[in-house]
Write a protein that binds this ligand. Structure first.
Ligand SMILES: [Zn+2]
Length: 68
């Protein structure tokens, strides 16, 4: 299950907003998720390696600075 790297909220994928559709990166499915609790945006990678090992991790996405 994905876990927010900013505030620690965790839930299943349906708990998070998905600002865009998931895509593939190598053997991973990549989800862009927005935390419903703190609004932080991160990417969740989930997949099974060619050796059959399941792995999942999150990557922080730095919010774009707002233009004045
Ligand atoms: Zn959060």
């Amino acid at each position: 299950m994905p876990k927010c790297p900013y505030c620690g909220f965790d839930g299943d994928l349906a708990s998070f907003e998905q600002p865009r559709s998931p895509w593939r990166f190598r053997f991973y499915a990549v989800y862009r998720l927005k935390c419903p609790k703190c609004g932080g945006v991160f990417q969740y990678y989930e997949g099974v390696s060619p050796k059959g090992k399941r792995s999942a991790f999150t990557v922080r996405v730095r919010p774009r600075p707002r233009k004045r």
